[in-house]
Design a protein around this ligand. Structure first.
Ligand code: FAD
Length: 360
């Protein structure tokens, strides 16, 4: 722990952003109280549903440059923070930096070219080395199971983290750092104050990381429905996230421990949290099957649905007023952006915390 002057800080919302920030700030010696409306052991936020990809280049195709820039910054910190968490808690967090691979069926080859052109236009040709064309041999060397594809793109910089391991590890670290944990405590946030059903508590600073729970307070915040499936098969072994580009839909397959693969994700402008639709199940399954026929015998072991908290321009928000900081709108980029946004919050707190100069 360092000696930066201690503040009494409340964080509302123990999703990804709330947990990561609570951990970072408690490591810095601040006294933290974390409020969560649901259970801490079985999180209900979007963070629990996510695939955990940390993919600034893949996302840049659809997103503005700041998402890429914040994502590249996060990529500098994830390895160090993941290692620190593992050492502190003795729990693995499943951080992997093996890059990711983009493929397309021969008839959709233009999708790969279009992807490359779009990224070159956004990043400048001097950054084109971040995208590496793979011929069939190079592709097979990295991913032997993708031998049906004659070309692909390799994005070596990209990483992923197993959110189902990271979230419990963060919780354990918070317990070790003596963070006050208040689960089943829906909170309302005000400058310097948190209201719960039973009490109002004063704090030096309140940080609102309630995701969609802060809809009333964050202008234009909306939920964007996402559906994923988890399948299990020993027949197809992938070493890294693979994305299939297709004119109508996109599929990613993120391999996890125990022969499991998370496949996703739909993106539907709706706040409907009901179970996955038959259509989405069919589209995700058939896209996966088109990568390798052995997926036909994969077992579907879980389906997940949640809504991503998104602003009108799909960019994150870090703002507030004295005594209150709001971090929201992480949309489909929570794992990609969280470290960079946590660092922004930390520097804001240090700045406000600086002793003002005495004028004599
Ligand atoms: C299908 C899907 C796939 C995704 N895949 C990826 C991916 O591969 N990579 C990536 O970077 N991102 C991905 N995301 C996005 C990522 O999950 C989100 O951006 C991230 O979870 C947002 O984090 P958050 O902490 O802001 O919100 P959340 O994770 O939603 O957490 C908000 C928390 O606040 C709590 N809360 C709500 N109201 C209150 C209240 N009144 N009081 C106290 N607590 C409250 C909630 O219970 C919840 O625990 C995906 C999302 C989905 C849905």
């Amino acid at each position: 722990m360092n000696t930066e002057s201690q503040q009494n800080i409340a964080i509302a919302g123990a999703g990804l952003m709330g947990r990561l920030l609570a951990w970072r700030l408690s490591e810095k010696g601040h006294q933290i109280t974390l409020f969560e409306s649901d259970s801490l052991d079985k999180p209900v936020g979007a963070c629990h549903t996510a695939a955990g990809m940390i993919s600034p280049l893949s996302e840049l195709f659809h997103c503005p440059l700041p998402i890429y820039q914040l994502g590249m910054q996060s990529l500098q910190y994830w390895p160090q923070w993941a290692k620190q968490l593992e050492l502190q808690t003795g729990m693995p967090v499943g951080y992997r930096r093996s890059g990711s691979i983009l493929i397309a069926h021969p008839q959709d080859r233009n999708e790969l070219l279009q992807f490359q052109q779009e990224l070159n236009a956004k990043l400048g040709i001097e950054n084109s080395h971040q995208l590496q064309w793979l011929d069939n041999n190079a592709l097979r060397e990295l991913e032997p199971e993708l031998d049906r594809f004659d070309q692909g793109l390799f994005l070596a910089t990209e990483a992923d983290i197993d959110n189902r391991k990271l979230l419990p590890a963060l919780l354990k670290a918070l317990e070790l750092n003596k963070v006050q944990l208040r689960e089943h405590s829906p909170a309302e946030c005000f400058p310097g104050k948190v209201h719960t059903e039973n009490s109002t508590q004063d704090f030096d600073l309140v940080i609102d990381t309630r995701g969609l729970g802060a809809k009333k307070e964050v202008d234009g915040l909306r939920g964007v429905r996402g559906e994923v499936m988890v399948v299990e098969t020993p027949e197809v072994q992938l070493n890294r996230p693979v994305r299939l580009l297709h004119p109508r839909y996109q599929l990613y397959a993120v391999p996890r421990a125990n022969n499991q693969i998370v496949i996703g994700a739909t993106e539907i402008e709706s706040e409907d949290m009901s179970p996955i639709s038959l259509r989405s199940t069919m589209e995700l399954s058939s896209a996966l099957y088109s990568i390798h026929p052995a997926f036909a015998e994969a077992r579907v072991i879980e389906t997940r649905v949640n809504c991503r908290p998104a602003t009108m321009d799909n960019l994150p928000v870090v703002d507030g007023e004295p005594g209150l900081l709001r971090i929201n709108g992480l949309f489909r980029h929570g794992y990609l952006l969280a470290p960079a946004l946590a660092l922004q919050a930390e520097s804001e707190i240090s700045r406000v915390n600086q002793p003002t100069e005495q004028v004599t």
